[in-house]
Design a binder for this molecule. Structure first.
Ligand SMILES: Cc1cc2nc3c(=O)[nH]c(=O)nc-3n(C[C@H](O)[C@H](O)[C@H](O)COP(=O)(O)OP(=O)(O)OC[C@H]3O[C@@H](n4cnc5c(N)ncnc54)[C@H](O)[C@@H]3O)c2cc1C
Length: 399
């Protein structure tokens, strides 16, 4: 066994949560070590989220990792909603709101490069990470790498290791409540080097099921169709995917759809999940380790960024000022924000998808919801507030 390393904050997971937390702490002079189960290339290769709220973009700029996002990200000031025979744009401009389309893969690369530039320590391919001592005077992380056992002593542990990570599982079941809804369908997503159908996202609620046309750049499309959870990817040829997507779009958008070979194709389940509390002694949960939203509202990555911003602020107050109030309210304050995003994501999922056993009344209710949304200035304002993340939230504060 090698000699124990020592740091202030041990961070488990090198996804966006772990890397952004490490960056914010480093800029404030708080030392951390990031432990990641996978290889660096594997983490960089994952295709996931792409829509950043305004507040997320601001956090990234403050973390000094926003330069490429500002150069290459696509700023959107609206989305298109299609339902029945209608296509309606929701304009964010009257509310002074926007979102930035910038792939999670690119953001992860920026965060890794920033950490390298600052000389921060990240350990990849750390196997069997175990979290110990969080209810005592100091915490310890233990892992295996290259056949050897390693130890890291730290004041706090940030559990940023996603839904399947070890951090949440390290909290005794009696101390944790979980709330979960698993949706009876999935999203079949593809990435392809074809120009997007539209310069903004198109959300379609079609009789055959939901569809979404998104993008990663002016030449790369990211598109999804609702599918059955037990669908076999091998039965979804590229041709079948594009045909199905075309069917679920209004005629004008369908005519603009360019099919092409897909670079990536996968089926993701949809889930709503919240664990509470987010603190167990010296262990704090953040990002997907603490909660999951269905991707319909594009909230997962944004929630993660806000969690770690809040956690970083609290940890910095501990080290800089010897104040623990923000650490003490982290869980309650974050959960209020998280439940609001859960509400919005579950609502968007419920109005846009085809649920098994749906009746004509259920469908009419969906259309009425969408009709109200596009027809009412108050409903549009509420939608934009949640979608673009402009609800007044003071960074690091208890709201
Ligand atoms: C297929 C898919 C598609 C998605 N699409 C969208 C989208 O369109 N919009 C959106 O907003 N969100 C989307 N999300 C959600 C978004 O990607 C997540 O909310 C975001 O990645 C959360 O970041 P995180 O760092 O908290 O967790 P993760 O990105 O999951 O990172 C956790 C890290 O911890 C590591 N880890 C796990 N276990 C251990 C362990 N035991 N020890 C050490 N390290 C460990 C993992 O390898 C990983 O690198 C999607 C998620 C998935 C899975």
């Amino acid at each position: 066994m090698s000699a124990a390393l020592r740091t202030q904050v041990g961070i488990v997971g090198s996804g966006p949560s772990g890397l952004l937390l490490a960056q914010l702490l480093h800029l404030a002079g708080v030392d951390s070590v990031v432990l990641e189960r996978r290889s660096r290339d594997y983490v960089l290769g994952r295709i996931r989220a792409g829509v950043l709220e305004q507040t997320t973009a601001e956090i990234l700029r403050r973390a000094r990792v926003g330069a490429r996002m500002d150069r290459e990200g696509l700023v959107h000031r609206g989305v298109e909603l299609c339902f029945g025979e209608r296509t309606q744009r929701i304009d964010f401009s009257p509310f002074g709101a926007s979102v930035t389309v910038y792939g999670q893969t690119e953001l992860t690369r920026d965060l890794m490069e920033a950490r390298d530039a600052l000389g921060g320590k990240s350990i990849y391919e750390a196997e069997d990470v175990a979290i110990e001592g969080v209810t005592g005077g100091a915490a310890r992380l233990r892992w295996r790498k290259d056949g050897e056992q390693h130890l890291l002593d730290c004041d706090f542990v940030a559990g940023c290791d996603g839904f399947h990570g070890v951090s949440r599982r390290s909290i005794p079941a009696a101390e944790l409540r979980t709330h979960e809804r698993v949706y009876p369908f999935g999203w079949l997503g593809v990435l392809a080097d074809v120009p997007p159908v539209s310069h903004e996202l198109i959300y379609s609620s079609h009789e055959r099921g939901f569809a979404l046309c998104s993008m990663r750049s002016a030449t790369r499309s990211r598109c999804y169709v609702q599918c059955a959870l037990d669908d076999d990817l091998r039965e979804w040829s590229d041709e079948r995917f594009w045909d199905e997507l075309r069917t679920r779009l209004p005629a004008e958008a369908a005519a603009k759809l360019q099919a092409g070979p897909t670079i990536e194709k996968s089926i993701a389940p949809l889930r709503s999940f919240v664990a509470e509390p987010l603190r167990y002694g010296r262990l704090f949960l953040a990002g997907d380790a603490a909660h999951i939203v269905p991707p319909t509202g594009a909230k997962g990555l944004n929630l993660a960024a806000r969690d770690v911003d809040q956690l970083a602020t609290a940890l910095i107050a501990h080290y800089r000022d010897g104040r623990d109030e923000l650490l003490n309210v982290y869980s309650d304050a974050a959960l209020r924000r998280i439940w609001r995003a859960e509400r919005f994501s579950a609502w968007m999922t419920s109005v846009l998808h085809r649920f098994p056993g749906r009746t004509s009344f259920d469908r009419a209710m969906q259309i009425a919801e969408l009709d109200y949304l596009v027809g009412s200035a108050a409903a549009r304002a509420a939608f934009v507030e949640s979608y673009a993340g402009t609800l007044a939230v003071t960074v690091g504060a208890a709201t």
